[in-house]
Design a protein around this ligand. Structure first.
Ligand code: AMP
Length: 549
């Protein structure tokens, strides 16, 4: 028997219509470095319509790709709304990739139009001649330095964003495409090999946005002022922009002001209720606040109901510090570009309190009902959800990718499941605890050592700012851990003290004997520890190793 229910498409058109009318009074705020500029969602809707008309005028039809090379700002949000709602495909380019990776990605996606922030022109200019499918570049914002005279290769026209929008109609007859068609695409940050394209559908964005807004998701709501620090090119800013349209949450965009000092100013001026970023951002902000805000001054974080963290494992010490100093919980979430990205979120069960509540918070959390997970053990069979047995996490669900865009990668898919490359356990009540990336786990004498667990222990030492652990070849054990330590400025700690500190916390055979002190841990294009570069530094003999024990 078929249901009697109607079947309305979950389209971006409806999301945009709804967000910009029902929530027309909500606002997007962009930080300018000295203050902020605000726009209502009603105005945003009118400008998105103008942008859509302008893009049609440039010949954008069907599923043409319109790319962005931009910071998080109002105009980027306009593109987020206009491009998918007009039926085209939004491609958010990662401005921090190496230039030849940007070239690869833009050519692979066959981007036709690229919107570029004027402040990024010096980065973008040298890349433009290598882009084979781009016909129009639209420069957003004025630099006042004559930068807009971007030399255009033959066949490419350069436009000014505001001039393009001026005079365009403020309404657009948004089409209703098949909800399963492409709406947006993002490439993985590609630490190994070329980045891979993930294409989100209208339907997957809708369902994922609903999950973000669920109480046990990010609980995004109308009264929120959400500070989206996570870039709009990093897994669609973790879904915040589209989810905001669903519930009318206001958005605060930091533009290019991502250093701890400017972020602290944004917090003080805009008083966000929610903020999302990778752990390294929160680490930097904490140090800054400790240094500049006297303990008797009101905290600039007092309006924050919570902080969302993901992208890499959040050190427990960091979570505790925010709670103890600012009363703010850092909520741990796990996800990937491939998973839209919300894959799990750490909301402790109601009955948990004290130590057990913290243990749940430190985990990567529960998978939502729509996302199925399983763990595949070393022998290729599924392991139990017993909270102890490790395996590689595989997931499937309506906002999990089932393939890469025009890129066969059978290794990453397994009978319709996405192989995440993340190793961990699942507890009987569905909590995921990741111990490592499959490629980072250290295989020592047939046993596995979690690099993340060692890092977390080292980072609880008061003299340590950052610590990253990689496996290095060892004749006897095949691999042993090497710890790269960044001490806090002005503090001294030696390898022996750290070794003893770790020895009190892990089994004897896991205690690292190889240590190195570095000024900074290299970071990836989205702010994670770049272990590939650390391994290269080691292989090139550029690290001074202290061997003890
Ligand atoms: P990306 O697609 O750049 O967001 O990278 C996804 C990868 O980041 C995942 O496969 C994990 O290895 C890692 N990751 C994301 N969130 C977490 C987390 N909360 N804890 C540990 N690793 C994480």
């Amino acid at each position: 028997m078929l249901s009697t229910m109607q079947d309305g498409p979950l389209s971006m058109a409806q999301l945009v219509r709804y967000g910009t009318t029902a929530h027309g009074d909500s606002k997007v705020t962009t930080w300018t470095g000295v203050g902020s500029r605000r726009m209502s969602y009603a105005e945003l809707g009118r400008r998105a319509a103008q942008l859509a008309h302008a893009l049609r005028g440039l010949g954008v039809t069907g599923d043409d790709r319109v790319a962005t090379f931009m910071w998080n700002n109002t105009e980027h949000l306009e593109a987020y709304l206009a491009v998918p709602a007009m039926g085209a495909v939004l491609h958010t380019l990662n401005i921090r990739l190496f230039p030849d990776q940007v070239t690869y990605v833009a050519n692979h996606a066959e981007d036709r139009v690229i919107l570029v922030d004027a402040s990024l022109l010096s980065l973008f200019g040298p890349i433009l001649p290598t882009l084979t499918t781009v016909r129009h570049v639209v420069v957003v914002g004025r630099t006042g330095t004559g930068d807009q005279a971007l030399p255009a290769p033959k066949g490419v026209r350069v436009h000014d964003y505001e001039e393009l929008l001026a005079g365009q109609p403020e309404r657009f007859d948004w089409p209703e495409p098949d909800e399963r068609s492409a709406a947006a695409m993002c490439y993985t940050s590609g630490t190994t090999g070329n980045p891979k394209g993930v294409v989100y559908s209208h339907r997957s964005i809708w369902l994922h946005s609903m999950q973000i807004c669920m109480t046990d998701g990010m609980a995004l709501r109308q009264s929120d002022r959400a500070l989206a620090i996570v870039p709009m090119f990093h897994a669609m800013s973790w879904g915040l922009p589209y989810a905001a349209m669903l519930v009318g949450a206001s958005l605060i965009m930091p533009d290019r002001f991502l250093q701890p000092g400017p972020l602290a100013e944004i917090f003080a001026a805009e008083r966000p209720t929610l903020a999302a970023a990778v752990p390294t951002i929160w680490q930097g902000l904490l140090l800054h606040l400790e240094a500049v805000v006297p303990p008797d001054r009101p905290s600039p974080l007092s309006t924050l109901r919570e902080v969302m963290v993901g992208g890499s494992a959040c050190p427990p010490a960091l979570m505790r510090s925010y709670y103890e100093r600012y009363g703010t919980h850092i909520t741990h979430a796990w996800g990937m570009t491939e998973t839209s990205p919300l894959g799990s979120i750490a909301r402790p069960p109601v009955a948990a309190s004290g130590h057990s509540e913290w243990e749940y918070r430190f985990s990567q959390g529960r998978l939502p009902a729509a996302v199925r997970g399983r763990l595949i053990g070393k022998d290729g069979t599924e392991v139990d959800w017993d909270g102890r047995t490790e395996g590689e996490l595989e997931v499937r669900g309506p906002w999990i990718t089932g393939a890469y865009y025009r890129d066969d990668d059978p290794e990453k898919f397994h009978d319709g499941w996405l192989r995440t490359g993340d190793i961990g356990t699942l507890s009987p009540d569905g909590f995921l605890r990741l111990t490592d990336r499959a490629k980072d786990v250290i295989k020592s004498g047939g046993e596995w050592i979690s690099s993340v667990e060692l890092e977390n222990h080292v980072m609880t030492h008061p003299a340590v700012l950052e610590a990253a652990v990689i496996g290095i070849a060892d004749e006897r054990w095949s691999e042993r851990p090497l710890v790269a330590v960044v001490p806090h400025e002005g503090q001294h700690v030696d390898a022996e003290e750290l070794r003893q500190f770790v020895a009190a916390r892990v089994a004897g055979w896991q205690v690292p004997e190889n240590w190195t002190f570095v000024p900074e841990v290299p970071k990836t294009s989205v702010g994670k520890f770049d272990k590939k570069r650390l391994r290269a530094l080691y292989a090139d003999g550029q690290l001074d190793i202290v061997r003890i024990g």
